[in-house]
Structure formats: C-alpha cells, structure tokens
Design a protein around this ligand. Structure first.
Ligand code: SAM
Ligand code: SF4
Ligand code: SF4
Length: 336
C-alpha cells in the first residue's frame, strides 16, 4: 500500500462510517427528538440513497486510499432492507474489518444472517436496563428485553465481543449505570459509556446533562476496582479499562470532556452519498453525483483524497459556548 493519505493535521484516513439510511424506529431524545423527526419530517427518498453497488464501489475506493475499518450505521441500519446483501459485497474486500452499530431492535432475527454474510462484530446501543428509563430515552417504549435478546443472538452468531454503547444523560439514566455495569460484568461483552454530545442542532444539549467519564469511572471503580488497558490502535476513541477481578473490560468515550480530535482518522458517508470529515460537519462532499455521472475510479479517488487532504476539523477541541448553536449536520444523517 502507498503512503497513508494525511489531512492538514497529519491524521491518516483509516476509518469509514457508512450511514445506510437516515430513518429509525426509535426517537432517542438525544439524537432524533420526536418534535423534529415527526410524521412530517422529510426523510430521503429511496432513489436518493446510494445503492448497495454504489456503496461497495465507494468502499473499495476508500480501501485503496487506506481505510481499514468500515462501520455500517444510520439512522438504524438494520431498517435498510436486505442489509446482509450489502455485507456480502463489503466483507470480501481484502484487508477490511466490517462492523455494525445498531439499536439492537431487530438483531435477534438478523444476527445469524449478518454473520453468514461476513459481518465481524457488532455494537449495540442500550442506555438502561429499566424499561421506564429506556423508554424515556428511546421514546417509542421499546422493551429492554428485546435488545438484550439481540445482544445474545449476536454473541451466539459469533459477532464477539459485542460492544454495548450507553449514552448517559445526568437527569435520566445516570442512576442506572451501576446496574448496567453489573449486568455486563463477566458476560464477555464490553460496555462503553458515551458522553452526551451536542451533535446536530435539535437535541437540546446542555453541559449540565453531560456526565464526565472521570465521574463515571470513579463511580464504577468504587463498586468494582478497575485499571486502564492500553489502546488497541492509535486513534481508538474509547478509553479502555478492565475490572481488576477479571470480570472483563469497560470503556469510556469522552468526546466532550477529553476531545480526541488529534487522533481522529474517521470519515463518514451519509446515506445520500456525501462525504463528511467530521461528526460536526456542515457541508459534505458529494460523491453520488460524480458516481451517477460516470466518474472513473481514479476521479472518485481524487475527489475523496482532496476532501481528506484539505481537512482541518477539530470541533471537539474547539467546542465552546459559541460552537454549540452553530449549524451542524444531524447525527442520524451521518451516523454516530
Ligand atoms: N441507530 C444505531 C444505534 O443507535 O446504535 C446507529 C446510529 S446511532 C446515531 C450511533 C450511536 O450514536 C449510538 O450508540 C447512539 O447512542 C450514539 N448517539 C446518538 N446521539 C448521541 C449524542 N447526542 N451523544 C452521544 N452519542 C449519541
Ligand atoms: Fe435511532 Fe440510533 Fe439515533 Fe436512537 S441513536 S434515534 S436508535 S439512530
Ligand atoms: Fe473527529 Fe470531528 Fe469528533 Fe474531532 S469533533 S473527534 S475531528 S469527528
């Protein structure tokens, strides 16, 4: 492989998150609040979405430019019909690690097929073990038990270790974090707490709802002593810890209190084929237009390379009272 593609801050392009749909069956208050994403919300039309063949072509181009890891996301990616067919197109691309982030709602029935199609691992979002608290966050009264069944099905299908993402909002689910930790200790799954972020412009973000990872790790460490573990690879966003008694790993993603832009090697492809170089981006680089207008592989690669090489993003390091209200793309659009 040729020299890595570097941006203006010398960060290589390594990771690609592909949003396969902007739709979701949940209305998590921190992501797609019902008041905004209601019955009149204009989601993308089917013809606006990249087709599976188009996604596979773009992914091969990203792979040639150095991307090693692809995560399918959304919206809720498993709502895209026959997602296993896309996995079967992407999994054979040499040197590519294929993963999925899902709310787990459909995983019980789909996990085995995903594993057969070549998916390697899965991350499932689950914010509480208490149905009433979980309902306050997902806002569709989705039962915890079905997400847990999805996690079990994923593990049984070999999509291990399952990572479980929990976004913590101080006034809503902080009180349940020890229950979550207790539940997943010793299970082989890796629970990760994510600081509530000011993504998009509609989720009513407030700093006093953010629970700093330091506070959470102190709470959990007081119940079961933990110690830090070395990062798996440069640019890993989760800070890894393990229980001293051997009950496994736990992670913290501190995007607000300990920004990790310096190591950010992640590009994002929206469901309509725009390339974003930051979760907090405003303008994407259109790839669907050139693809449908017959661009060659080298033209497509040049467009992606140029977007990456001119990248200056470091929103989380610059976050301040002034940046919170700036226009940004919604997370459900470009994927978490
Ligand atoms: N629907 C899938 C899911 O929920 O896992 C995939 C897309 S979702 C946008 C990806 C991840 O972003 C989820 O783990 C979700 O909890 C996280 N997320 C969404 N909004 C967030 C916010 N405001 N702050 C922190 N994490 C957020
Ligand atoms: Fe849907 Fe995931 Fe956003 Fe929740 S976090 S609304 S499940 S896309
Ligand atoms: Fe990467 Fe942007 Fe997040 Fe910084 S704010 S870590 S540049 S996505």
């Amino acid at each position: 492989m040729s020299a890595p593609l570097l941006d203006t801050l010398r960060r290589p392009l390594r990771d690609l998150r592909i949003s396969v749909t902007d739709r979701c069956n949940f209305r998590c208050t921190y992501c797609m609040p019902r008041a905004v994403f209601g019955p009149d919300y204009a989601f993308l039309d089917r013809k606006e979405l990249l087709t599976f063949e188009e996604i596979a072509r773009v992914t091969r181009t990203f792979r040639a430019l150095g991307v090693e890891k692809v995560r399918l996301t959304g919206g809720e990616p498993t709502l895209r019909r026959e997602l296993d067919k896309l996995m079967a197109l992407l999994a054979p691309i040499p040197g590519l690690d294929l993963t999925l982030t899902t709310n787990g709602s459909t995983l019980e029935g789909l996990a085995a097929g995903f594993a057969t199609a070549g998916l390697k691992r899965v991350t499932v979002s689950l914010d509480s073990l208490d149905d009433a608290v979980f309902a306050k966050l997902n806002d569709v009264a989705f039962p915890v038990a079905r997400v847990l069944a999805g996690i079990d099905a994923a593990a049984a299908a070999g999509l291990r270790p399952v990572k479980v993402n929990c976004v913590v909002k101080r006034s809503v689910n902080l009180a349940g974090v020890l229950d979550l930790a207790r539940h997943f200790r010793g299970s082989g799954h890796i629970l990760r707490f994510i600081e509530f972020m000011d993504v998009g412009t509609t989720n009513g973000w407030r700093m006093d709802e953010v629970v700093p990872s330091r506070e959470l790790s102190a709470t959990i460490g007081a119940a079961w002593p933990i110690e830090p573990v070395e990062a798996n690879y440069p640019g890993e966003v989760a800070e890894r810890w393990r229980y001293r008694d051997g009950a496994g790993e736990i992670g913290f993603i501190s995007s607000v209190t300990q920004a990790f832009c310096r190591g950010c090697n992640r590009a994002r492809l929206s469901a309509d084929g725009r390339l974003f170089t930051c979760l907090f981006g405003v303008h994407g680089t259109d790839l669907r237009g050139p693809i449908r207008d017959g661009a060659s592989d080298s033209e497509l690669a040049a467009t992606i390379a140029s977007a990456w090489q001119t990248r200056t993003d470091r929103y989380s390091e610059l976050r301040s009272a002034e940046t919170v209200g700036l226009p940004k793309v919604e997370m459900s659009f470009i994927g978490g």
